[in-house]
Design a protein around this ligand. Sequence first.
Ligand code: SF4
Ligand code: SF4
Length: 173
Amino acid sequence: MGCCCETNKEKLFNSGILVEHREGAVLPPKEQWEKKKGGYVVIECPKRIPCNPCYTSCPTGAVLPFEDINDTPKIDYAKCTGCGICVSRCPGLACFVIDLTYSEDKAVIKLPYELLPLPEKGQTVKCLGRDGAEIADGEVITVTEPSKDKTYVVSVAIPKDKYDDIRAIKVVC
Ligand code: SF4
Ligand code: SF4
């Protein structure tokens, strides 16, 4: 029998929460990523489900055509501009854009946000890991509604060494 930590991880994963990268998570090549102004998309879509708005919304063709509606997405990173449109369209809140070029010690993550109150530019927010635990403070850079009635996209400056861990924010009033 595994330790309780392993059991909790398994429970979270089975309830649809990613506790770490799933096998085959879509991550940019690191060397290219570290130099890419505006960042690249990171997609953490764990299951084969009948869903493809990441593909249909991408304006550059960076999300490759699905052979089957149940496919998990694949990315042509040469075509990803980091625009964040897929972040606002993914119903699974599984798309993020991460820019590793923001500053020496900070990265910027564009993440989906569907709660109220909305964060405001300049506000300090709590940055959460995949399991909802608070792991750092972040500063809100922009809050955008890319198209009407779609999910807001919040850009947050985060500690660069936590770019692979932070996947949500909490607004503290
Ligand atoms: S960030 Fe923009 S260009 Fe990149 S995959 Fe998403 S929609 Fe396409
Ligand atoms: S839109 Fe989101 S949930 Fe749907 S396939 Fe794409 S990444 Fe997965």
